[in-house]
Design a protein around this ligand. Structure first.
Ligand code: 5GP
Ligand code: ZN
Length: 113
């Protein structure tokens, strides 16, 4: 999707602070961090959100799942723990409509929800 912010970040048209990258996944720092570690992990193809995950794009989501621990390690929070959130749709608070996982940590996190 050409007007998608995160597709533009993948293409390098919008700058980001890259944390990790492979053929399927890009991870970069959230521009408005809510904790000492706040990284967004995205697939390198446009998928709107969890409702759009299918057999055709599951390889990208699988790679995203595997990348979580690599990003956590790079950020120094793998062993102490962290939280992964995927806001979905209006009630889920999704603002950017390119599926992304927030990896948040670096401090003791509060409420589970
Ligand atoms: P959502 O609310 O859709 O789950 O999360 C979108 C996230 O993207 C927010 O945490 C917001 O701070 C982040 N964000 C929005 N625009 C940009 C940007 O241009 N660059 C970066 N690095 N993060 C962004
Ligand atoms: Zn996109």
């Amino acid at each position: 999707m050409s007007d998608c912010l995160f597709c533009k970040i993948i293409k390098g048209e919008v700058p980001s602070t890259k944390v990790y990258e492979n053929d399927y996944v890009l991870a970069f720092k959230d521009i408005h961090p809510v904790a000492p570690v706040h990284v967004l992990l995205i697939p390198k193809i446009h998928i709107d959100n969890l409702n759009c995950v299918t057999e055709d794009n599951i390889e990208y989501i699988s790679k995203l799942q595997i990348a979580i621990k690599e990003v956590a390690k790079i950020c120094g929070v793998k062993d102490e723990g962290y939280r992964v959130i995927c806001n979905t749709g209006e009630n889920g608070g999704q603002v950017v409509h390119h599926i992304h996982y927030h990896l948040i940590g670096g401090k003791k996190l509060g409420s589970k929800i």
